[in-house]
Every structure is written in structure tokens, then in C-alpha cells.
Design a protein around this ligand. Structure first.
Ligand code: ZN
Length: 298
């Protein structure tokens, strides 16, 4: 499952209105969220303000939170929304970083700008289809990493994240175009097998292996191939093998995953982080949002 057991436990405790659990959620995620926001905002104080709003947004939208969704994905989606709104309010000349946020990738339907409105039945059906698709794709990524099939993973990311063509993928990886076509064919077979029982509307044709496809959109929105924080930690310690290192470098640098970037930056600064500043931000986020926590029914 994409959601860690600890997160599931924490979210349930927060839904019951337990302040200690809420403080723990903030403590756990504030660092990577600030690192992410700082890629768009020069001022640390601006980044911290946005992160504070993000935690508030999480509490407000908690009644709509789907426990099958990873808490990190959910928080980053709220943060992207907040950043997008913030940057859009700036004068035109200062908006260059807005493009990086890809507002079309922001999963508006399930964030719904924090409005705890009820979902209609068709929306729920779509959400279930999407969850099945995400879970199947994540399973495939895990199979790739366990079996060391990192090249397949890189090829797919080049197609659905970077939007490259067969020819470009082949040139980049030093493969023939026939080899790339073979990988695509094989991967589609694997996806069909993994997702045959899922209520998915996807046809699983070649068209799904493109940036503007349903798979492409969901892949980027959900961070399907994003790395676990523990894996990134091991990468920084230098204890992973070469294939793993090469994949992580591809994913974070070449594919420019801002979420894994943010996690790496946060992990790198974790040791030299000013403990007092960390605590100060946590308490600020906590104080500004805890009032909403106690209003949770049941
Ligand atoms: Zn990532």
C-alpha cells in the first residue's frame, strides 16, 4: 500500500481530534514541504507561510481524505495549489516560476480547494477507478525495482513524465528504436495483467505511454515512481547499488521530480538543521490550525 502504516495511524488519530498526533504530522512533513516551497519562493518566510496554510488546508479537507491515498501526495497537492494561487497573485513580470507548477496537474477534484463538500456518486466511481490504476502502477514500479528492471522504469518515465518520443528515448539510452518499442510492448502486457480486474476505463494501447495520456497525468500527479523517504536516505548514505543510484539520479535530476528533490534537500539539511527554528515553525503551524482540530465531529 502507498500509505505508510504510521501515516494511517496518525491520520486516524487526527480525525479523532488528538492534538499530539496533529503535532506529529506537522513535525514529520514540514521540512520537505518547506524545501519544496523554497524552490518557487526566494523568501524563507514566504515558504513557511505557505506551509502553514497547507497544514490548515489539510485539516479542513480531512473529511474528504481518502485513506488509500498517501498523506505525502495529498500534502504536496495542497501545497501546489497554495503555491499556484500565491504566484498567480504576483505582478506579471514576477511569474516565471508559475509554469513549473503545472496547474493542470493539480488534482482539483479531490482537493476541491479544501471545501468539504460531499462527493457525487460518479465522482466516487472515478476516484475508485483512479485508486485502482494508481495501485496497479505502483505495484508495477515495485516489481521493477525488486527485479532490477530499472531500464524499463526509466523508459516509461521518459515517455510519460518527460514526454519524449521513441527515437529520443533510444538515443538517450543508447538503444535501438526496436528495443524501445519492445520494452513498451512488454510493459503494456504487464500492465494489462496487473490491472485486468481493476475497474479501469483505460484501453492499454500505445497511446497510454505518452505524457498527455491518462496514465501520464496520473503518474505525475500521484508521483507513482517517487521514492520512499527511507530509500532516499539510503541513497544519501551511499549504501544502494549502482543501478539504484542511477535510477534515483535519473528520477530526481533528469526527470526533475520536484517532490523527491524536496525530500533530498530536506534530508541533506536534516543534520545541520537548526533545531530551534524547526520547533518554532512546527509550533506556529500547530497553533494556527489546532482550533480546527477540536471542531472535528466524532
Ligand atoms: Zn519523485
Amino acid at each position: 500500500m502507498p500509505t505508510g502504516d504510521a501515516d494511517t495511524y496518525l491520520v486516524e488519530a487526527v480525525q479523532r481530534g488528538e492534538p499530539a498526533a496533529w503535532r506529529e504530522v506537522i513535525d514529520r512533513y514540514q521540512g520537505r514541504l518547506v524545501s519544496f516551497a523554497r524552490r518557487m519562493l526566494a523568501e524563507r518566510s514566504d515558504a513557511e507561510d505557505i506551509v502553514q496554510e497547507t497544514f490548515l488546508g489539510l485539516l479542513r479537507s480531512l473529511p474528504n481524505y481518502d485513506p488509500n491515498r498517501s498523506l505525502e501526495t495529498y500534502l504536496f497537492a495542497i501545497l501546489r495549489n497554495k503555491l499556484h494561487d500565491h504566484l498567480r497573485r504576483r505582478p506579471k513580470g514576477q511569474r516565471q516560476s508559475l509554469d513549473q507548477l503545472e496547474p493542470e496537474d493539480t488534482p482539483q477534484a479531490w482537493i476541491d480547494r479544501d471545501t468539504p463538500s460531499g462527493h457525487v456518486a460518479s465522482q466516487e466511481r472515478l476516484t475508485a477507478q483512479r485508486a485502482a490504476l494508481v495501485s496497479g502502477l505502483r505495484q508495477w514500479v515495485e516489481q521493477c525495482t525488486l527485479a532490477g528492471r530499472f531500464q524499463d522504469l526509466i523508459v516509461i518515465e521518459m515517455l510519460v513524465v518527460l514526454g519524449l518520443r521513441n527515437k529520443e528515448v533510444a538515443a538517450d539510452l543508447g538503444l535501438t528504436e526496436t528495443a524501445v518499442a519492445g520494452i513498451k510492448f512488454r510493459v503494456l502486457e504487464q500492465w494489462r495483467a496487473l490491472l485486468q480486474s481493476a475497474p479501469s476505463a483505460t484501453e492499454w494501447g500505445e497511446a497510454e505511454l505518452a505524457r498527455d495520456s491518462t496514465v501520464g497525468r496520473i503518474w505525475r500527479e500521484e508521483g507513482v515512481s517517487c521514492l520512499k523517504r527511507s530509500t532516499l536516505g539510503r541513497y544519501l548514505l551511499g549504501v544502494l547499488d549502482e543501478d539504484w543510484n542511477a535510477y534515483i539520479e535519473f528520477h530526481a535530476e533528469q526527470a526533475d521530480c520536484d517532490r523527491c528533490h524536496a525530500n533530498l534537500a530536506d534530508l541533506r539539511s536534516e543534520e545541520q538543521r537548526d533545531a530551534a527554528a524547526h520547533e518554532q515553525l512546527r509550533e506556529r503551524c500547530f497553533a494556527s490550525s489546532v482550533g480546527f482540530l477540536s471542531q472535528r465531529p466524532g
